[in-house]
Ligand binder design. Structure first.
Ligand SMILES: CC(C)(COP(=O)([O-])OP(=O)([O-])OC[C@H]1O[C@@H](n2cnc3c(N)ncnc32)[C@H](O)[C@@H]1OP(=O)([O-])[O-])[C@@H](O)C(=O)NCCC(=O)NCCSC(=O)C[C@@](C)(O)CC(=O)[O-]
Length: 269
């Protein structure tokens, strides 16, 4: 699934497109954004006709679905862009990207005006060698005070390392299926929920904000029911606003929409 930007302010959208181009070397179809949250209220006001044409074209080429105005009314009232390329993108790179290049990518994404850029992960380097330099990356972006730079942590060990490296926001990630939990964090869904409860408790004590990423590798109703399990666990433990949740699944559209009707706004990945 190409990325779908439910984005609205023409200016922000075009800035987003620009940073998209910058971050992805001009390839608009690549999933540079995992989720987007911008105020959609003025999106389709009369003065953004140009925006609507661009948006419709990008929506239709990304989704292959006909864009109709009817969809406008179903768009959320507020969407926020959370760029995860420096983490979710680079963790999948075959080779190891230089720390200086990672730092430069984050600086350019911040310069493009993105409000939140997920910077790296504090996970086992045996599992994700591509991000073994998390501490150095955080040292390199320390001066980007005005932007939120959450980092992924799978457990308390990662949380402590992240805070020590200067992180002021963390993102936990839970799989909504046993197979993905095992493959991703070598534990059961239950164990991952216990791990992120510990992280949330520690974060609360230190006034650190927490984002929740849910992932389901199933599709259809099993994805939805397992996402509900994760979504409700998130809402129980995440002490930040519901919009801090994100949800992704192979049928992200339904899953996210399904969840947002229950747990408050979730951003689609
Ligand atoms: C969770 C573990 C560590 C369990 O891995 P494990 O092997 O079961 O853990 P362990 O407790 O046996 O520890 C193994 C070694 O890792 C160390 N260790 C333990 N914890 C950490 C840590 N936090 N940071 C650094 N090192 C750590 C620990 O100290 C030990 O070191 P050793 O004694 O062998 O030298 C491992 O499975 C892991 O790191 N998994 C992360 C994998 C990952 O990052 N996957 C991608 C992110 S999820 C994703 O992409 C989906 C998402 C979020 O993007 C959805 C979306 O938003 O699109």
């Amino acid at each position: 699934m190409g990325s779908r930007v439910k984005c609205c302010y023409a200016g922000n959208f075009l800035k987003t497109v620009k940073c998209w181009r910058m971050a992805r070397g001009g390839d608009l179809t690549k999933n540079a954004f995992n989720s987007s949250e911008l105020d959609v209220s003025n999106a389709f006001s009369s003065n953004s006709r140009r925006f609507l044409t661009t948006f419709t074209k990008s929506y239709e080429s990304d989704t292959g679905a006909q864009f109709s105005n009817a969809k406008v009314s179903s768009l959320p009232k507020y969407v926020k862009i959370v760029e995860v390329g420096p983490r979710d993108g680079l963790q999948n790179e075959k080779g190891i990207i230089l720390t200086s290049v990672k730092i430069q990518l984050i600086q350019r994404l911040v310069a493009a005006g993105l409000p939140v850029v997920e910077a790296t992960s504090f996970v086992s380097p045996k599992w994700v060698p591509q991000l073994a330099d998390a501490k150095d990356v955080m040292a390199g972006v320390r001066n980007l005070e005005q932007t939120r730079l959450p980092v992924l942590v799978p457990n308390l060990k990662g949380f402590k390392a992240a805070i020590e490296a200067g992180a002021r926001e963390v993102a936990i990630f839970a799989a909504a299926s046993e197979s993905f939990a095992k493959a991703n964090t070598n534990c059961t869904v239950e164990e991952s929920i216990n791990r992120f409860r510990e992280v949330c408790d520690a974060a609360k004590k230190q006034n650190i904000s927490v984002r929740g990423n849910g992932e389901a590798d199933a599709s259809g109703s099993d994805a939805r029911s397992s996402c509900i399990q994760i979504g409700s666990a998130f809402s129980q433990y995440l002490w930040t606003s519901p919009s801090q949740h994100s949800c992704c699944s192979s049928d992200g559209y339904q899953c996210g929409g399904f969840l947002s009707s229950r747990l408050g706004w979730l951003s689609l990945c």
